[in-house]
Ligand binder design. Structure first.
Ligand SMILES: CC(C)(COP(=O)(O)OP(=O)(O)OC[C@H]1O[C@@H](n2cnc3c(N)ncnc32)[C@H](O)[C@@H]1OP(=O)(O)O)[C@@H](O)C(=O)NCCC(=O)NCCS
Length: 161
């Protein structure tokens, strides 16, 4: 495959890239996350709205890492100062091609560099294999009710010291 020859670069996002990051989030939620949840749930998390004002604010505050291939943002991940990994998404056509692994390595290095004691996240059932392969352990399983339907979530963590 040609894709395997393309270099994946990881860096902090730049102003003006918020819309491209929304596209990654929107498509990943609608096309990948949707395999595990109801349509109403997925639309709640990734609505059709064109108003990206709140999203742009969020991204500028979270300052995510982005994965870039051939000048296209194909994935992004957020690391908060307490070690919480909130959003972590790849474009559907880039799933299982190593983008998530490279983003994760960068997040983990940043967490170690800034002396975080642990990193943690809420994972779906689909993503749990990915996180377990990175050394995370499940500390709690939750079932939230979202749009009148259950939404399973695993609380996972990786200790760093
Ligand atoms: C979870 C995610 C970020 C991982 O990134 P990735 O680039 O696909 O991961 P990599 O290619 O580096 O690693 C592949 C591993 O991820 C696992 N994986 C997780 N979700 C997957 C999915 N939906 N489809 C295929 N593989 C998936 C595979 O099991 C694979 O493990 P293997 O090599 O042992 O088979 C990405 O799959 C994604 O965006 N998923 C949808 C959004 C999501 O669930 N985000 C996490 C919670 S916020």
């Amino acid at each position: 495959m040609e894709n395997s020859k393309l270099e994946i670069k990881i860096r902090r996002y730049k102003r003006g890239e918020e819309k491209a990051i929304w596209q990654v989030y929107f498509r990943s939620t609608r096309e990948v996350v949707s395999k595990e949840y109801t349509l109403d749930q997925v639309k709640r998390w990734a609505p059709d709205s064109n108003d990206l004002t709140e999203w742009i604010d969020r991204i500028s505050q979270r300052n995510p890492f982005v994965a870039v291939v051939d000048n296209i943002i194909v994935g992004f991940a957020e690391l908060e100062t307490d070690g919480h990994i909130d959003m972590f998404y790849c474009l559907p056509e880039w799933i299982a091609k190593g983008v998530g692994t490279q983003l994760f390595e960068c997040l983990e290095q940043e967490a170690i560099r800034t002396k975080m004691k642990r990193i943690f996240a809420e994972s779906s059932t689909l993503a749990i294999r990915f996180f377990k392969s990175k050394g995370f352990q499940v500390i709690e399983e939750r079932v939230n009710i979202v749009c009148n339907a259950p939404a399973k979530q695993y609380i996972i963590e990786k200790k760093l010291s």
